[in-house]
Structure formats: C-alpha cells, structure tokens
Ligand binder design. Sequence first.
Ligand code: ATP
Length: 445
Amino acid sequence: MSEIAKLMDKLVSLCKRRGFIFPSSEIYGGLNSCYDYGPLGVELKRNVKDFWWKAMVQTRDDIEGLDASILMHPKVWEASGHVANFTDPMVDCKVCKARFRTDEIKPEKAGQCPRCGNKDSLTEARNFNLMFKTYMGPVEEQANVVYMRPETAQGIYVNVYNVMQAARQRIPFGIAQIGKAFRNEITPGNFTFRTREFEQMEMQFFVKPGTDMEWFEYWKAQRIQWYDALGIRQSKLHFHEHTPQERAFYAAAAFDIEYEFPFGWKELEGIHNRTNYDLTKHQEYSGKDLSYFDDTTREKYVPYIVETSAGCDRTVLTTLIDAYDEDVIEGEARTVLHLAPVIAPIKAGVFPLVKKEGMPEVAEKIYHGLKKHVPVFYDDGGAIGRRYRRMDEAGTPYGITVDGQTLQDQTVTVRDRDSLAQTRVASDKLLPFIQEKMAGYKRME
Ligand code: ATP
C-alpha cells in the first residue's frame, strides 16, 4: 500500500473508531460515497459551520443569513443553466465496466482504461447531467419533475430583494447560507472529499458594476485568512487561478483556494466574479425586473456578484487531515489530532489521577462546573497516560488532572496537547485560563 493510501486508511479508521465519521447504512454494506457524522464528528462539523457563520454573518453589518429550501421551482435550474449544462462527459470501460469522467483520462493515454489498463476499451464520451431528479406529488410525469439543488447559491439569487428589503440593506451587501447540495457525481471518492450529498457554505456579495474586482480581491484575502484562523497550516494552502478552459464563460475572474491533500492539491473553495450573469438570467426567465435602483446616485443597474463557495464536509475533512499526526512521547507512539481549540469537539478532559483519596469527587465537581460553559469529558478509567492518549486522538487540546496536591491547595495541572507543557492552575480559575489559552492558540507548523 502506498504511503498516501496508508495515511488515508489510518484517518478513515480513526474516524470510525472515535466516532467522527461512519459509512452510511453500514449494516447493509454501506452506500457508496455516503457518510454519517458520529458524536465527535457532528460537534466538529457544527463548530466549523459556527466559525464560518460568525466570520461571515454575525460579526459583519453587510451580510445577512438565509436558509432557502432544497427543492426550488424547476425554472430556476433552467435559468441558471444547470438543466442544459451541468453535465460531465463520461466514458465507460467495456472490459471492466468502470466509469470515468473524461478529464480523468490522461491525453497521452486516450482510449486506455485507467483501472484495468486495457487499450481501446473506452466508449465514446457521453454527457451526464449531475442533478438528482425527483417528482413532486404522486404522479411521476415530466410536468412534476423537481431537482435536488446542486448548489445553495440559486436560493440566494432568487431572494436577493426579499432579503435586501426585509433587512434594509443597500448595495454593497451579501447573503450567506449553509445547506445541503446534491450532485450525482460520476466518480465520488477520497472519503468525504467528493460525495453525492454534501453541505456548502456559500456567500454571494452584490456589488455595483465597476467595483467588482476590488471586492473580488477583498474576498480572496478574507477567505484565505479564515482557513488560517481555522488552524489549517498556511504552507498547505494556495490560490489556483482558473485557466480560460476551467473558467465559466460568464465569470470575469475565478480563483480556487486549494489544500495539499495526501492525494494532491485540490479545491477547498471557489471565489468567483460572476458578473451580472445570474440576475440577468433570472430576470429573463422570471419576467421580473431584478435591477437595483440607487436612490442616492439615481443609478439603475443589475448587480454584479462576487461569490465565495466552500464545501463544509470538505473543510471538515481538511481539518482532520491537517491535524493528523503521529509522534513518540516517552518512548510510546501516540496519534494526535492538532485541531484548533475553537473547532475541537471536546475542549478539555478532566481526570482524577487515581480513583481514591477523594480525587474523583473533586474532579467531578470541576467537570460539572466547566460543562456549563465548554464541552468537557470526564474519564477515570485506566492509567493517566492512556487517558491523555485517548483525548489526544479526539483532538482535545487540554487535559485537567486532579492529584494529591489538589487536595491541599486546590490547584490542578493543565496539560497542553501540542507542547505537552503542564501548568498548575487554581481550580476556580480554570475557565478563564482555558478560555485565554483557546483565544491565543496558534498552530505549530
Ligand atoms: P470540483 O471541481 O471539486 O467538482 P466544483 O468546482 O464543481 O468542485 P463548486 O461548484 O465551485 O465546486 O462548489 C463549491 C465547493 O463545494 C467546492 O469548492 C467544494 O468544497 C464543494 N463541493 C463541490 N462538489 C462537492 C462534492 N461532490 N462533494 C463534496 N464537496 C463538494
């Protein structure tokens, strides 16, 4: 097995063992590319979403939140171009029956199956629409076809003036949304990197034509900083500018933020200057005037849109891959997740050093006190080293231990997951101590 496959294998097994991510419907053999988030995973994912929402909505005056429905009027997808163009050309291998996107076949190996290696075994390319289709109501006929949204953005576009008026916003302003999207991907894979059901975190910023490139540069800078604040190593992040072939015909500029995954540099988020394409299309298909009238300058225009479109599951996977590490402490191997405290599912473990001399009672009291404010975990099972290891593997940044000295002077030790430094802290000062450490956290490269 290659080193890359080994690393992904170890991560997948850690995710299952510790309850981050399980294969969907596992007792039935699983369902290809569908996953369930377990107790730790659901906390991690929620923390990632909260961190995004706080940065993009709650701490800003110029962005409003939205939660649009997954099923939308089918005309939306005609206007957006998804019915006609949201397709991937695919080929099948006539020998091993594997299916590929044509862009996965290297030009120098045209006609050769990347899986079984047989030459001239691939079919002609056929276009395949990636939208999931279903029927609304009991009659399964063409007139009742609806689509599971393949992106959250359209729900924002069609609501732009609802939101603008309700929230008394003026241009420039943005709308943010987190929600599920569905794509019938031809080749899902690499664990949760590419799946058919996933969550997006999208923000669409509406601006006056002519100011769009300034805003585009602004959002590029904001968004890469966000991944830094999330604790992702900067050395593993870069921008990739779309080539003219990659770029949508209506986009004036397009950059991806990419992360260096074990399987290569891949997209985490797209930042696009979409011009006035989307609102012009919806204007055309809905027959409604979607232009904006600026009453201070008396100008009327169809707003330009700068979009930041990130994948939530893909970001969660990135935090796990980036955090995963193996080291040796005091001669013993350990697996550790260097998750930033702000997204760690559990912020601290609370341990009595031994299960006697009144230590469990003191530790439980500390645990219940902290639990009202931050997620903490109580563990009195096994040697203290093993308890630390279990928390290291869950990405818990701090370990609080009640020992003999605690009974005399009410201080406890706080162990730091990354530096392993132990600090003695008064037990009634634990909460501010932990909060300050969390706020000052910086990822070690
Ligand atoms: P890709 O080239 O990887 O298919 P894309 O360019 O089609 O992605 P966008 O349409 O820009 O992606 O979607 C925005 C974000 O949504 C992506 O950057 C990614 O994080 C996430 N995303 C897109 N498709 C998937 C998927 N099938 N599974 C998980 N996340 C996805």
